[in-house]
Design a protein. Structure first.
Length: 380
C-alpha cells in the first residue's frame, strides 16, 4: 500500500494541522516499513523535520493574487508525478480552504483513486460561527466546492463526533469515519526521561496559538476572578497570529487584578522545554471555542498533568480521566480554576495519572493507528 498525504503549508505557523499530519505520516511509515511507501506533498519551505521513511516533496509557492489561495503552479504536476512513480493507492488530503487540497483531490479523482479528506474541524468551526464575516465567507466557499471537491471524496474523516455531525449536516449521504488525533506516548516518554526534577511553584499553563478561537482572553479574565492562592501564576505560551488580538490580550493582562502573576511568552518549539512546561504545571487550561481534539490536551495529559478544556473540543470522555470539561466562558472557567486550586497534592497526582491512562487507552498511537490501517486497507 502506497499513500500520498497532501497539505498546504507544512510548518509551525500552520500549527496543529502540521503536527497531526507529520505524526500520522511518520506512524504510517513505521506501519508499512518495506510493504509500501509514504509521500508527503506540501508547498513552501518547512521548519520541522519529517519522520524517517517519509518522502517530503515541496512545491514552490506562487506570488500574485492567487497566492492568497496558496496557489503553487507546480503542485499538481508534482502530485501526479508522485502518484505515477510510487503507484499511490490512497490519497489523503488535509485541509479544505486552499488550492493544494483542491489540486490533490482532482489529481486522485482523474485516476479514480480513493481519497480521504480530513477537514481538521474546519466544517464544524464554520457551521458554529453564524455571525462572523470570516465564517460566512468560509460557508460560501464550502458551498461552491460542494460538487467540485467534497462530493467526490471517497471518505470524509472526522476527528470528533462533533466534527462528524457537522459533516453529516453538510454532506448527508457520504461515508464519514471518526478517528481521533493521537500522541506518540513512547516517544514523549523518552523526552520526559531527559528533563530535570519538577518545580514546586504552581502555575496554570496555556500553550497554543494566540487566536480568538482559543479563548485566551477568557482565560486571562477567569484567572483574575478565580479564588486562587497568591503565589499562583498564569503562563501563556504560543505564537501571535493576530496583532489586534495580541493587543487585546496585553490590555487584559495590564488591567487584571493579578497582572503581576501573568506571563505572556512566545512559542516554545523545543520538545523537552515544552514537555517540562506541561509536566510542571498544576493544570493546563485550553478554553477553545471550537477545536478538533487539541494535541496540547493529549500531550499535557500524557505528561501526567490534568487539563481544563471545553465541550467544543470533542473530548466528550475527558472527565473519565482526570480532566474537567466546561463551557467556553469566563464564569465556568473561573469556577474550574477555583476548584483545581483546592485539590490536594494527592488528588492532583491522581488526576494526572488518570489523564495519562485515558490517553494511553484511547488517544495514543498504539490505540489509534489500527483504525487508520483498517480504513486505508478498506480502500486499497
Amino acid at each position: 500500500m502506497n499513500i500520498l498525504y497532501a497539505t498546504d503549508f507544512h510548518n509551525r505557523a500552520n500549527s496543529g494541522i502540521t503536527f497531526a499530519v507529520n505524526e500520522l505520516a511518520g506512524q504510517m511509515a513505521v506501519q508499512l516499513a518495506s510493504k509500501g511507501s509514504v509521500n508527503l506533498l506540501s508547498i513552501g519551505e518547512t521548519d520541522i523535520a519529517v519522520h524517517p521513511g517519509v518522502r517530503h516533496l515541496m512545491a514552490g509557492p506562487s506570488s500574485g493574487p492567487m497566492g492568497n489561495w496558496r496557489f503553487a503552479s507546480s503542485f499538481r504536476s508534482m502530485c501526479e508525478a508522485a502518484i505515477k512513480r510510487d503507484s499511490v493507492s490512497v490519497m489523503h488530503v488535509h485541509g479544505i480552504w486552499f488550492y493544494p487540497q483542491f489540486a490533490a483531490a482532482r489529481a486522485a479523482q482523474r485516476r479514480a483513486m480513493p481519497t480521504v479528506l480530513t477537514n481538521h474541524g474546519a466544517v464544524q468551526w464554520a457551521l458554529r460561527q453564524p455571525g462572523m464575516l470570516g465564517a460566512a465567507k468560509k460557508r460560501l466557499y464550502m458551498t461552491l466546492m460542494k460538487d467540485t471537491l467534497f462530493r467526490r471524496i471517497t471518505v470524509q474523516h472526522a476527528i470528533t463526533p462533533l466534527d462528524r455531525d457537522a459533516l453529516h449536516a453538510f454532506l448527508p449521504r457520504q461515508r464519514i469515519e471518526v478517528i481521533p488525533n493521537f500522541v506518540d506516548v513512547e516517544r514523549l516518554d523518552k523526552v520526559l526521561q531527559l528533563i530535570g526534577p519538577q518545580t514546586d511553584e504552581p502555575y496554570v499553563l496555556f500553550l497554543g496559538r494566540l487566536h480568538p478561537t482559543k479563548g485566551v482572553d477568557i482565560l486571562i479574565e477567569a484567572f483574575g476572578r478565580a479564588h486562587l492562592p497568591r503565589d499562583w501564576r498564569l503562563i501563556l505560551v504560543g505564537p501571535s497570529v493576530d496583532p489586534l488580538y495580541e493587543k487585546q490580550l496585553r490590555n487584559l493582562i495590564a488591567t487584571s487584578p493579578r497582572a503581576d502573576r501573568i506571563e505572556l511568552r512566545g512559542p516554545e518549539w523545543d520538545a523537552a522545554a515544552k514537555y517540562r512546561l506541561m509536566r510542571d504545571a498544576w493544570v493546563t487550561a485550553m478554553p477553545s471555542h471550537t477545536e478538533a481534539i487539541s494535541l496540547v490536551n493529549l500531550e499535557t495529559s500524557a505528561c501526567f498533568t490534568p487539563t481544563i478544556t471545553t465541550k467544543a473540543t470533542g473530548l466528550t470522555d475527558w472527565t473519565e480521566g482526570g480532566g474537567l470539561l466546561i463551557e467556553p466562558a469566563v464564569d465556568p472557567l473561573a469556577a474550574a480554576l477555583s476548584e483545581v486550586a483546592q485539590w490536594s497534592d494527592q488528588e492532583r497526582k491522581g488526576r494526572g495519572l488518570a489523564s495519562r491512562r485515558l490517553v494511553e487507552k484511547r488517544y495514543s498511537a498504539k490505540a489509534v493507528m489500527p483504525h487508520w490501517m483498517d480504513l486505508y486497507e478498506s480502500l486499497h
